[in-house]
Design a protein around this ligand. Structure first.
Ligand SMILES: Nc1ncnc2c1ncn2[C@@H]1O[C@H](COP(=O)(O)OP(=O)(O)OP(=O)(O)O)[C@@H](O)[C@H]1O
Length: 574
């Protein structure tokens, strides 16, 4: 990849010198601009899965900031452009704080509204922006013959830096966290990814290069018109370029920009007069729909998929739990206390003043008839849902209002009744997605990844490390979800039906793994309907019914408790 890249760089750098046709230089300048914007958008829209329809607002903000600063301080707009990037980044941070409570369509609408709102502000804040009359930037001071060169090289350099940033993010644990958010945000938080901070950083990273580009673009135009600078068509083109080439890939947005910009120039020539803007909106809006419907993956992922030889489905491999790695040894398992916890859904009371304790170093079972609130309790403990009342304490510290990722970082791990992996990410990426380490650390190389591979070897799945997790068998996915949370070295693991839906050999393997991990210190709380499994593995069992704990004791005690037999076991055997 390196040689073609250097060759492309040399060719692009040589174009103004050897082939200075102004029409094509202008075209390339606009392609670099669109590619920079689409690559920046891709960090938020592609990696993180948050589609912003207002990204061109950062272009406008960058352009106006640059123009105001250049005029006020009589400096070159090229020097002022980084300030445009800073202001765009600050605005993104502010907006992120407000908008990240929303997702999907609501996020799209809010970013669209932001664009519209900023356009109105730019138009009406005449004392600063000159409103309808627009703003004039200082004229370039260099030789007319080379008028386009600085814009060409600055935007080419900015594109190269944006791609470098995008590549660095994709290869880092930060980028891995972003793709985990895209696949399943709740789950990402559940394995310790600080989703709020990651999304905020991604939004800022996706705004700064566009802000700088806005400053350069404003200088290139020489004149700022608020309607053009805060245009929805530009936002649509940004999204379209990324989608066309392939979102979430490094080169997709660049390819999209190279295809789309010439087409955009063509429409500029075709549509003139007062209705030109409306026609362009119709054409690009229609194109966006067409790409979403007929080429949702984009060109690069589509070609990659066609070229990839389909690997045969992973077949089951015998789990061989050997020695648990020394780094997983827990000095002291965690203690969990649930005090007077209450939870209702509408009129349905699911937990009605529940008290229970999970002793450190124990394997504690939680059983009860269907619908007795076991999964709801797990959701309250790991922070997926908030209780209506009561307290949850981990090692004596109240956690019932803590952020989900913070609970995970405090030593709490949880698997789900229906396995929740990031199906499109590789098995190894799934395993290391929540591991400890700085954002800058590499995603799938380095110490954490080595630990991930070690755990995959432990459960006999290292051959499948590069396969999308969604292609594993259900039992294998359950094992991957368990080792995924082990990466955080949890001191308390909540397992929701670990033996559900998997074959007897895998149940045996799962049991062996739980016992081994418990022997090295980890506390377990297990919800399970498979009675021989749960009664065979647990030292203490709590029984829920009617929103309360009706019994607790050793498996033998619980098995012969008339209340339990009445509420659960007899019911289950009918
Ligand atoms: N988000 C929700 N909204 C409304 N009702 C809910 C919600 N989550 C759970 N419930 C209801 O709460 C009750 C308890 O559900 P929960 O899944 O906690 O039970 P469970 O003991 O885990 O059941 P199972 O053994 O079948 O998995 C059920 O009646 C369920 O329909």
């Amino acid at each position: 990849m390196r040689i073609p890249l250097i060759a492309a760089g040399v060719v692009l750098a040589a174009i103004p010198v050897f082939w200075g046709d102004a029409y094509y230089l202008n075209m390339l300048i606009l392609i670099f601009l669109l590619a920079t914007m689409a690559s920046s958008w891709n960090i938020m829209g592609g990696y993180t899965g948050y589609i912003s329809l207002g990204q061109s607002a950062f272009l406008g903000i960058g352009a106006y900031t640059t123009a105001i600063a250049a005029n006020a301080w009589s400096i070159s707009p090229l020097l002022a452009a980084p300030l445009g990037g800073l202001v765009a980044g600050a605005l993104a941070a502010l907006l992120g704080l407000v908008t990240f409570r929303t997702r999907g369509n609501a996020f799209i609408m809010i970013t669209f509204a932001m664009l519209h709102l900023l356009g109105i502000v730019a138009l009406n804040w005449t004392s600063v922006t000159n409103g309808n009359d627009g703003m004039i930037l200082p004229a370039p001071t260099w030789e007319r013959n080379y008028a386009l060169w600085p814009f060409y090289y600055v935007l080419l350099g900015l594109l190269a830096l944006t791609l470098l940033m995008s590549k660095t993010i994709a290869a880092s644990r930060f980028g891995l966290g972003l793709t985990a958010i895209r696949e399943d945000e709740e789950k990402a938080a559940g394995i310790g990814v600080n989703t709020s901070a990651a999304k905020l950083a991604a939004f800022v990273a996706s705004a700064v290069p566009i802000g700088i580009a806005g400053g350069v673009y404003g200088y290139y135009l020489g004149f700022l018109d608020s309607r053009a600078m805060f245009s929805i068509v530009t936002s649509i083109m940004i999204v379209l370029a990324a989608l066309l080439g392939g979102t979430g890939t490094l080169w997709g947005p660049v390819l999209g920009a190279f295809l789309l910009e010439p087409f955009s120039q063509l429409t500029n020539q075709l549509f003139t007069g007062p209705a030109a803007g409306a026609w362009r909106l119709i054409v690009f809006g229609g194109l966006l729909l067409a790409v979403l419907l007929f080429l949702p993956q984009g060109i690069i992922p589509g070609v990659r998929q066609a070229l990839a030889r389909r690997k045969s489905a992973a077949v089951g491999k015998r789990l061989a739990p050997g020695d648990i790695p020394a780094w997983l040894t827990v000095r002291e398992g965690a203690r969990l206390e649930v005090r007077d916890v209450r939870k209702s859904f509408g009129g349905l009371t699911v937990l009605d003043g529940l008290d229970l304790t999970v002793e450190p170093g124990s394997i504690t079972g939680l059983i009860g008839p269907n619908g007795s609130g076991k999964t709801t309790l797990f959701n309250l403990i790991d922070g997926a849902t908030k209780p209506d009342g009561g307290q949850i304490l981990l090692d004596g510290r109240r956690i019932e209002t803590a952020d989900r990722w913070a609970r995970s970082r405090a030593g709490l791990g949880r698997t789900h009744q229906i396995t929740r992996l990031f199906p499109k990410l590789s098995v190894l990426r799934n395993v290391v997605a929540g591991s400890d380490g700085t954002w800058a650390a590499p995603a799938i190389t380095g110490a954490q990844a080595a630990r991930g591979v070690e755990l995959l070897e432990l459960v006999g799945l290292s051959d499948y490390r590069d396969l999308p997790a969604g292609e594993l068998s259900y039992g294998q996915q359950k094992l991957v979800e368990l080792i995924q949370i082990l990466m955080l070295q949890p001191r308390l693991v909540l397992l929701d039906e670990p033996a559900g839906g998997i074959n007897p050999t895998q149940i045996e393997q799962m049991g062996a793994l739980i016992r081994e991990l418990n022997r090295t210190g980890t506390t377990f709380l297990i919800v399970e309907h498979n009675m021989p499994f749960v009664l065979g593995i647990c030292d203490t069992v709590h029984v829920l019914a009617g929103g309360r704990r009706i019994a607790s004791g050793t498996p033998q005690e619980v098995r012969s408790d008339p209340l339990v037999l009445d509420a659960y076991l007899t019911g289950a055997s009918q």
